[in-house]
Design a protein around this ligand. Structure first.
Ligand code: NAP
Length: 499
């Protein structure tokens, strides 16, 4: 079973030991980073190694990484290795030495196990198998390869290495960076010896490290195994996405053996889908910039997603890929909820001003026209508003012409007002009259300035947060056929967002 290991990067022995002792037992190992210690003389450093070996409360890897391999040791190379030897003689369970010096360190007759490691902070080199062989030939008990993944294709190559080699001898194969997160979280699924979780976001010792807390609480690391179903969000960039928090909480609440990951894919959507489908991918959320492009890789796309030319949900069943869109239904449900509160149902014949002409606008505009709403689309780039309006038989205008309208419903689908630019509003405040329904697609912050002013003027408001949770719940239900635990999804999302 793969272990969770936390690197401790404090600068003194006592705070390093405090950090180790503060970790829960589910973190089975620590990596003691000797190169982070700020101890000026060598004799004191030797004593520090002995104190750390005696004082730690769980198995530890002792590492003294030089600058050239991403560490902080600037001193003499001979002394660097002597400190590793001192760790071996003081009872360390594991030591980690770099490939190029691995021949100079032997664990002799001790019970210490030697990790021979290769790092590359620039790229994933083409010859991973060769590097693996070189490490193994240096008398390695465990091979570690940690390289930067620039895209998902690099991550897939790393997973392939782990699948091929990890079963026969212990291997730590990790891709660093945003694209590499799946290799870190899925180590137990593919037979990795361990994965690293950072002590905190601020104390990550490699790019893309996930905190130990997120590994345990969000990803349920110790529940992941060969049968765990895989889900995720495909985007670029992806790390800002709230979806992993929400969907993992939903899977946990329903007791499902499933994990949801961030997949950073720039190019190569088809190769990504082929590889992960083979690994057990069951469903995907799709967001910027892939909603349209992914349609070309589906076996079937439903009518609504075809109409608006955007798939936000992929379901993989019996080897077939189905594309659908939960944004539209979620948007219209959110709007209907507000219309009910405003006693404005049915929507038929109501006048709506929709601001924006991008993907979200297309979804909302389609739903509105299907509900018989009289629609005007306003956009910064008027040509885009015109194009969308004409495809739906709606009216259009520029942002400076909005004031002439007297809408019953105002919907913002631009990013204006989104964190950190929270002081902006997308429409003239004069349009926010009593009883007008005001809906915002922006969900961070939960109450945008637009919604706050609207509420103060007795408008009926509908938040992007309601819409967001609703589209995520729709995805969960599409994939699993179960009722989504909305309350839990909402709670975990609220904890992460600006109030
Ligand atoms: P998109 O396709 O990139 O469209 C962006 C729209 O915003 C365009 O109409 C763009 O106008 C306009 N815009 C951007 N910056 C602007 C500015 N400074 N001033 C005026 N207009 C500006 O993006 P999208 O997918 O439609 O998403 C738009 C927003 O909706 C995002 O904030 C997204 O997070 C949110 N959203 C929320 C949900 C939800 O579940 N709550 C669902 C989908 C989207 P131009 O055409 O002139 O560039």
């Amino acid at each position: 079973m793969s272990k969770l290991c936390v690197p401790v990067t404090d600068t003194s022995v006592s705070s390093m030991l405090d950090s180790i002792h503060s970790l829960p037992p589910e973190v089975e190992m620590v990596e003691v980073r000797l190169d982070y210690l700020q101890i000026p003389d060598y004799q004191s450093l030797e004593r520090a190694v002995v104190r750390l070996c005696r004082g730690k409360d769980r198995p530890a890897i002792f590492t003294n990484r030089p600058i050239r391999s991403g560490g902080r040791w600037e001193g003499d190379e001979g002394r660097r290795l002597d400190l590793i030897r001192r760790a071996i003689s003081s009872g360390a369970e594991f030591i980690d030495v770099e490939l190029e010096v691995a021949d100079r360190i032997s664990c002799g007759g001790s019970s210490c196990r030697k990790i021979v490691s290769y790092h590359n902070f620039k790229c994933t080199p083409p010859d991973l198998q060769k590097i693996y062989g070189q490490c193994q030939r240096r008398d390695a008990d465990i091979v570690k390869i940690a390289v930067l993944a620039n895209d998902m294709a690099d991550t897939v190559r790393m997973i392939e290495l782990l699948r091929e080699r990890g079963a026969s001898s212990p291997l730590i194969a990790l891709s660093m960076g945003e694209a590499g997160v799946p290799t870190r979280v899925l180590a137990p699924r593919f037979g990795g010896f361990l994965t690293y979780g950072s002590y905190s976001d601020e104390r990550a010792s490699a790019p893309g490290q996930v905190t130990w807390k997120s590994m345990l609480d969000m990803y349920r690391f110790h529940n992941i195994g060969p049968d765990t179903a895989l889900y995720g969000v495909v985007a670029n960039p992806v790390m800002h996405s709230m979806s992993p928090v929400i969907h993992n909480a939903a899977f946990a609440e329903c007791g499902m053996n499933a994990v949801y990951l961030p997949f950073k894919v720039a190019d190569g959507l088809g190769d990504f889908l082929d590889a992960f489908q083979n690994y057990g991918l069951k469903g995907l959320s799709v967001t910027i910039p892939h909603k349209e492009k992914i349609m070309g890789f589906m076996d079937e796309v439903d009518d609504m997603a075809s109409n608006i030319c955007a798939v936000n949900t992929v379901t993989i069943r019996d080897g077939m890929r189905y594309g659908s869109n939960t944004d539209v239904e979620a948007a219209i449900d959110t709007l209907r909820g507000a219309a009910k509160r405003a006693d404005m149902l049915p929507l038929d014949g109501r006048r709506a001003l929709l601001v924006g002409a991008g993907g979200a606008a297309r979804a909302v505009a389609t739903a509105l026209t299907e509900s018989g709403v009289v629609l005007t689309i306003a956009n910064r780039t008027v040509g885009r508003a015109q194009e969308l309006a004409q495809s739906l038989g709606a009216d259009f205008c520029g942002l400076d012409e909005m004031e002439q309208y007297e809408p019953d419903i105002i919907i913002n689908t631009t990013s204006v007002g989104m964190y950190p630019e929270v002081d902006r509003i997308p429409v003239p405040a004069s349009l926010l009259r009593k009883n007008v329904i005001v809906m915002d697609a922006v969900y961070n912050p939960i109450e945008t300035k637009l919604l706050r002013i609207a509420r103060g003027r007795d408008c009926v408001t509908a938040s992007g947060f309601e819409w967001f949770i609703s589209q995520a719940a729709g995805q969960f239900e599409t994939w699993t056929g179960r009722r989504a635990p909305r309350k839990v999804m909402e709670e975990v999302a609220r904890e992460r967002l600006q109030p």
